[in-house]
Ligand binder design. Sequence first.
Ligand code: SF4
Length: 448
Amino acid sequence: MSDLQAPNPLTRYDAARRALAEVHRFDELKNLRDKAVAMQAYAKQAKDTALITHATEIRMRAERRAGELLREMAERKERDTGKGNRNPALKSQAATPKLADLGVSKSQSSRWQQLAALDQDRFEAKVGTASKHAYDRMTQKVLRESKIERAKALSNEQPLDKNNLITLVTHTGRQVEYPLPKGKATFNRTNQQVDWAAHTWNPVTGCLHGCRYCYAREMAEMRETYRAAYPVGFTPLFHHERLDAPANTEVPKEARCDPRLKRVFVCSMADLYGKWVPTEWIEKVHASCIANPQWDYLFLTKFPKRYTELQLPSTAWIGTSIDQQSRVKYAEEAFRNTKGVRVKWLSLEPLLAPLQFSDLSMFDWIVIGSQSATVQPDGPVKEFAPPFEWVARIVAQARDGGCKVYLKPNLLGGNPNPQSPGMQLPQEDPEEEIADAAARARREGRAS
Ligand code: SF4
């Protein structure tokens, strides 16, 4: 089965994108264009905002190419335009197809040939505008529907059972009623986004950093299925009832062969070391970790200075997440001054800028990734993949510093990440250099 017949529409889309670059026959091109239209319909149904922009782009490129072919066929008298232009070399009338025989309406033919007549720059601008409009229309629709779902859920909401409630507190001391857990607190299994740890544990939820790419905020505030678990949305909240999870969860036997199985990503839905987090919360989380050294605890913060002020669990993997150059200096300082932990790591996911480090020897491990598309309370945020050079520079520096590197699969576009644009890879041609050198020599020759 070819990719174009694959059951997964995303796979078919990816194959269509590759095939478009190679196709020359009109019927094949028309087939690809029709698949792009189907892909747009699928993306709308799936509310996949990233896919809809790609499908719109494929459709427009296919239609422009179809317009070129229609014009060429008319010029070569290979199609009947109804103006007595049948090719005498083609014996029968049936051998000179009309638009209808090609499955094309008059208005499509006219629109596609208009697209074909645009110069390249104007066409690219049109593609960009159309994709953006399609993307905006879809994300506005998703936001509208999400608001309606929320309103419906609020009106249908069951009153909390007053006899089965516990009281939690936010970072400002506000009390929040929360359903009493049914059983003992244990860890959760991770989703595919976190492929380096098998468990998550969230004794604190919520964060005030306000990163626009935050998938955790999208879950807490935009997804109806998580509403009950986040009664105050992304406001920082202490879950004291979850502190026993490390003691209550058994380390899987298979962890002897697969160390990932004894790694726990702590506070995947928060920044545990944010400036607003009371020290008492952090100390309680650390105490639970220290009492249960059978687990490896992966922490991640944008305030690494707090690591230097606290007693850390010896099985901690302390991490810092850097998304802008101004954080680099503070991270380097904090990590040089922190000792007595299992691993020191750096998360560059998403890598949004060409970051410069003095060196990377203060880290044991670096994770680099792209930004996925997300829908935040104030609107949609598009996906972003860094240029190859930004990644390559950091990898080279990591090698010099003796630091391990983990490149997330979401750096690559297409399958298996149809929602990622993929890194901008260098695709240079040695002939360009030769041409440049020749031009330089000519200029220099003229100057002497
Ligand atoms: S620091 Fe992390 S949890 Fe906080 S807003 Fe940024 S991405 Fe979200």
